[in-house]
Design a binder for this molecule. Structure first.
Ligand code: ACO
Length: 401
């Protein structure tokens, strides 16, 4: 039934659905998710197969254009992105103006929005060709902003990627290159990051993606829409959970490692504490991404020869929750963010950068969803409300109040 028919059939009835728990905002051909069965597919391909066999740029292409690329298509895509992998020098001044203590998500959101000022042609994108230009621009420039945000915090000089490296290789190079030293690629880190980015690449109409679609539906530009998505992702109930998880695991360790004590806090309804990294709006089964990440965490730490007591605490919490009535009844399983921070930390990424890494992975998904929304000519997103405020009142002058 189309929406116009539905509206006239119901006399324009407005439904109230806080948190949009049961409201579909669009039709989409990008990501399939069955939260009851724990299934996730991008464009019909299972997340398990993509994480094992594809690389991140192929997945980005798949999400944005709908099909896996042939080699020549991927090469052209990559070379178009590389052409756009520099940012205006004036953007450095904006970055420099932020205090060192600024949270990287706030910096990234601001810089992404500021990119519009330096690339005004990216705003009015009515044709697929214009869209393509805006898309390769942001795919080229975003990793630069991410790396610079981290380098500025560390007081390191700002740098660029290399024409000879792959997309994810360049992300690592820009983040970890040390001044006056030749950069040497670490394949363990490369494979781990590639997998993490794939697992985060899209997740249908989550909070940040819905934000990107709604902001984009007003025909604000792509970069402004993405900047809003970054802000939405920042919160600890969404992407910010990966930082919150690691801080929670550290706090448990500092407190002596008594996981049961924290489980009890999470179950106490008088206590606002929640077990970060547990529960999901849509998954009422194991988050398939968490399963893959758990194995990856073991592998990466093993390969790097790192023994991290925090991983043991995480495993302990997860196994206790799986046999705890409170968590079982509410179907609260570890989500994608439960183990990702452990891998990021082992890679040498500072904890405040974890959500930025999530944004880097989610970028192609946001772009794909924005593109789909524009190509389908979706109307402006504008929900209704039920008014519960005062009835008509007469104005009282200030001396009579
Ligand atoms: N710890 C303890 N109790 C929890 C948790 C948790 N992590 N998550 C949910 N619950 C409880 C709630 O208190 C509620 O209990 P009640 O029925 O007795 O009132 C019940 O489970 C349902 O929870 P809601 O908050 O209604 O579920 P909702 O779908 O609105 O929220 C959310 C989902 C935000 C992810 C929630 O589970 C949460 O806060 N988790 C911790 C934060 C987190 O890990 N976020 C990352 C999500 S994944 C992502 O965005 C990438």
């Amino acid at each position: 039934i189309d929406i116009k028919t539905l509206r006239s059939a119901t006399g324009g009835v407005t439904t109230i659905d806080p948190g949009f728990k049961n409201t579909g905002s669009c039709e989409s051909a990008i990501t399939f998710l069955d939260g009851e069965k724990g299934i996730l597919r991008y464009r019909g391909y299972s997340i398990e197969e993509l994480a094992e066999k594809a690389d991140f740029l192929e997945v980005a292409y798949l999400l944005i254009f709908g099909e896996l690329p042939a080699q020549d298509q991927l090469d052209k895509f990559h070379s178009d992105i590389k052409e756009e992998s520099h940012v205006d020098e004036d953007l450095k001044k904006i970055l420099e103006a932020f205090p060192k203590s600024a949270h990287p998500m706030g910096v990234l959101s601001s810089l992404t929005s500021a990119l519009t000022a330096f690339n005004p042609s990216s705003v009015n994108v009515d044709s697929e060709e214009d869209m393509y230009k805006a898309i390769v621009k942001i795919l080229g420039k975003f990793p630069v902003l991410v790396a610079w945000t981290m380098r500025k915090r560390k007081g390191q000089p700002l740098n660029y990627g290399s024409k000879n490296l792959g997309y994810v290789e360049n992300i690592l190079k820009m983040m970890f290159e040390k001044p006056n030293e030749d950069y040497v690629q670490n394949d363990i880190l490369l494979n781990a990051l590639d997998k993490l980015l794939i697992l985060h690449a899209d997740h249908e109409q989550n909070c940040s993606t819905s934000t990107v679609r709604v902001v984009g539906s007003s025909h604000a530009g792509l970069f402004a829409s993405l900047s809003s998505g970054i802000s939405a992702l920042w919160g600890p109930l969404h992407g910010g959970a990966n930082q919150a998880v690691l801080e929670m695991l550290e706090a448990i360790k500092e407190d002596g490692g008594d996981t049961k004590k924290f489980m009890a806090k999470a179950k106490d309804k008088e206590d606002p504490f929640r077990l970060m990294g547990f529960g999901h709006r849509v998954y009422k089964n194991f988050d398939p991404r968490a399963k893959i990440i758990k194995v990856a965490a073991d592998e990466v730490l093993g390969d790097l020869g790192i023994e991290d007591p925090v991983l043991d605490i995480a495993k302990g919490l997860a196994s206790e929750a799986l046999s705890d009535d409170y968590f079982v009844k509410r179907k609260l399983y570890p989500n994608v963010d439960f183990y990702s921070g452990i891998i990021y930390r082992s890679m040498g990424i500072p904890v405040e950068m974890f959500t930025v890494m999530f944004a880097l992975g989610r970028l192609p998904g946001w772009i794909a969803q924005w593109k789909e929304m524009r190509l389908r000519k979706e109307p402006i997103g504008r929900p209704r409300q039920i008014y519960i405020g005062e009835n008509l009142r007469s104005f009282k002058s200030i001396s009579d109040r």
